[in-house]
Design a protein around this ligand. Structure first.
Ligand code: WTA
Length: 634
């Protein structure tokens, strides 16, 4: 398989190591990366069994792993556990209860803090109020909120009851929200009046009101007052968060869940226009997330952990909400943009709260790079210990900038490759690893990964191929909500017996993995996962559009942006106004996260004989690259 143009850059980087300092190695939770990999590989099941013992189980499991009904694997069979109990209740009566669980700051500078004990009380009140509404084990609760403490509270309260939360990123449109509510048949919806973004207030509640016109299952909407704007209030359906929890007891019983009971559903994009509801479960998810956060970010217990993602994505689920709380450290939630009011806001927050771990995305690093080094230089950041990167491949240039100007060559960068479906970091260094600029290093202990051809055969060193995971792991996706067939087809049918990740990668001679990007029609726009089919179906919903073909093209900051090829019907006339209208159409269908760079009106789209749009051909033409194999082109 051909790899993209950047490969030559990357290959030259693959020869250079950035070793850890002796001090760092000595103090690391895992002092010898390579040794640990070998040790875990001898018996991955034993490795995960030990990891699971870091949690509180109401009842121990009978069997660590079961593969009777492949690929519907089970972990910790018959064990009883609760994800929220492990994140909160377990810390009560220990020194952790007095520690800060959440530090929150918004773009305007408002600050709020919660100790573990306070958070525990808040969550319990919410649990009682939700139970009063009739929310029970197995019910679905939708959450459409900004990155504020109440989103964490809502998630934790659901998990404590055993209800599944379905968090929908608050940048999605009313239609996208409605589709997700309908697929999950959610009973209750959490939202806020609005959120802050770039000094503006986004009116979330009116988006919710619009979405609810298209849904039938939501009985109650719980609204957090976040930025005090005036909103429409439907007295029968809506209730303010404050009134909802008023007078509730600060203690609540925790549901004892089966290890394999679903904890949440999280929708993500795939190759069709319908998003997939990825299911994660209480036992395995808690195990994978706790083990990875502790080891990858070297947590000792007193850290301030700042993951700049949004709780609406898996990164936020695992490393803003559940991971830090399972590990008993302080999680920082910042609601707003990193460069408001000035380009040093991000560094200011690091300095102010003495952040120890900063976990962010390449797109953000590249945006900060553009502003220049003077901004991070203005701030004292000796608290930083470990840096992280996630969401898309980090180019060596951005890696080196982050390493030099943020980490001062002192903080190792954990480039963590993983997915909504994997639940936890999968290919990543640990702080004791020797790093390479732009490589996610090797699979986490207990994970066996490879790069293979279509037949599942390992490809030689330096050759591109499909990234697969050859074994199973506790925090893996269990199924796609209401669609087990799609689960089998998407992940377990491409390469026999292995999990098909959908990414292209290569391994270098030291066994380091270099992730190149997606093989399928999934885009990463500023780290946000969007399906080309979703964008195309938004375009086609416009009355002037007959057909649409959408591709991602490289962008120096956002990683990828969208270029669309549109066939108009005979009555429509191509114009700049129409282009603008079509961009708005996609905004309405998906949300502002789907950034359309350009729209091209065409008469024909390249197609296979079976009628599928050959996006590969569109992309090659757009970028001036060789067309490759076009034998199936009509
Ligand atoms: C990409 C985000 C290169 C990859 C956690 C994957 C990465 C998709 C990295 C999943 C990384 C994530 N290096 N590529 N460190 N991390 N990706 O589900 O293409 O939003 O398949 O999960 O992001 O995106 P998702």
């Amino acid at each position: 398989m051909a790899l993209d143009r950047e490969l030559t850059d990357v290959l030259s980087e693959s020869k250079k190591f950035y070793p850890p300092s002796a001090q760092l190695r000595k103090n690391a939770n895992v002092p010898d990366y390579e040794k640990m990999l070998k040790q875990a590989a001898k018996n991955p099941l034993k490795f995960w069994e030990e990891a699971a013992h870091d949690l509180h189980w109401f009842k121990d499991w009978d069997k660590t792993f079961e593969d009777k009904k492949k690929p519907f694997y089970k972990w910790f069979v018959n064990g009883k556990i609760n994800l929220a109990y492990n994140a909160l209740d377990r810390h009560m009566g220990t020194p952790v209860e007095k520690k800060l669980a959440i530090i929150f700051e918004d773009e305007t500078g408002v600050e709020r803090k919660f100790t573990y004990k306070q958070l525990y009380h808040e969550v319990n009140k919410l649990v009682n109020a939700l139970r009063g509404l009739g929310v029970r084990k197995g019910d679905r609760v939708a959450i459409y909120m900004p990155n504020i403490p109440e989103i964490a509270m809502a998630m934790l309260a659901c998990a404590k009851i055993g209800a599944m939360h379905s968090v929908v990123y608050a940048g999605f449109s009313a239609k996208a929200l409605a589709d997700r509510i309908n697929d999950a048949k959610a009973k209750v919806l959490f939202t806020a009046d609005g959120s802050f973004r770039r000094g503006k207030v986004i009116d979330l509640k009116s988006i919710v009101d619009e979405a609810l016109k298209e849904t039938k299952t939501i009985k109650k909407v719980i609204v957090t007052k976040n930025n005090k704007q005036k909103i429409k209030f439907n007295k029968r359906r809506d209730v303010w968060y404050k009134d909802f929890v008023k007078g509730q007891s600060t203690e609540a019983k925790c549901a004892q869940m089966d290890a394999e009971d679903p904890a949440f559903v999280l929708y993500t994009s795939g190759t069709t226009s319908k998003p997939k509801g990825v299911i994660h479960v209480h036992g395995g998810y808690a195990t994978g997330v706790l083990r990875t956060i502790k080891w990858v970010f070297d947590l000792k217990g007193d850290e301030v952990f700042w993951c700049t993602a949004d709780p609406g994505w898996i990164t936020g689920h695992s490393y803003i909400v559940y991971g830090p709380l399972l590990a008993g450290v302080t999680t920082l939630q910042y609601e707003g943009m990193p460069d408001i009011p000035k380009p040093d806001r991000i560094w200011k927050v690091v300095e102010k709260y003495k952040v120890n771990v900063l976990y962010t995305a390449p797109t953000l690093i590249r945006a900060m790079m553009k502003y220049g080094t003077a901004w991070p230089k203005k701030h004292k950041m000796p608290s930083l210990k470990i840096l992280g990167s996630v969401g898309e491949p980090i180019n060596p240039e951005a890696w080196k900038w982050y390493y030099t100007h943020v980490g001062k060559r002192r903080c190792p960068i954990m480039d963590t490759w993983w997915q909504t479906e994997t639940g936890m970091n999968m290919i990543t260094p640990l702080p004791s690893a020797s790093l390479k600029a732009g490589s996610a290093c090797k699979p986490f202990p207990g994970i066996i990964a490879d790069v293979v051809d279509k037949k599942g055969k390992s490809v030689p060193v330096g050759k591109g191929g499909y990234l697969i995971i050859k074994n199973q792991w506790p925090s893996m996706i269990r199924t796609i909500y209401n669609n087990p067939k799609r689960y089998i087809k998407t992940y377990w049918s491409q390469v026999k017996g292995a999990y098909f990740a959908g990414d292209v990668a290569f391994k270098d001679k030291d066994g380091y993995f270099w992730i190149q990007g997606r093989t399928d029609d999934v885009l990463k726009v500023a780290g946000h996962r969007i399906g080309t089919a979703e964008v195309e179906s938004s375009f086609v919903a416009h009355p002037s559009v007959v057909e649409a073909g959408v591709i991602g093209v490289p962008d120096p900051i956002k990683g990828e942006v969208i270029v669309a090829f549109i066939i108009l019907n005979q009555r429509a006339k191509p114009s700049d106004e129409l282009k603008q209208e079509l961009k708005m159409q996609v905004r309405k269908g998906i949300g502002p996260l789907a950034v359309i760079k350009d729209i091209k009106f065409v008469d024909k789209l390249p197609k296979t004989r079976s009628g599928k749009i050959m996006r590969r051909v569109l992309k090659a033409k757009e970028l001036g690259l060789p067309l490759g194999d076009t034998s199936s082109l009509v």
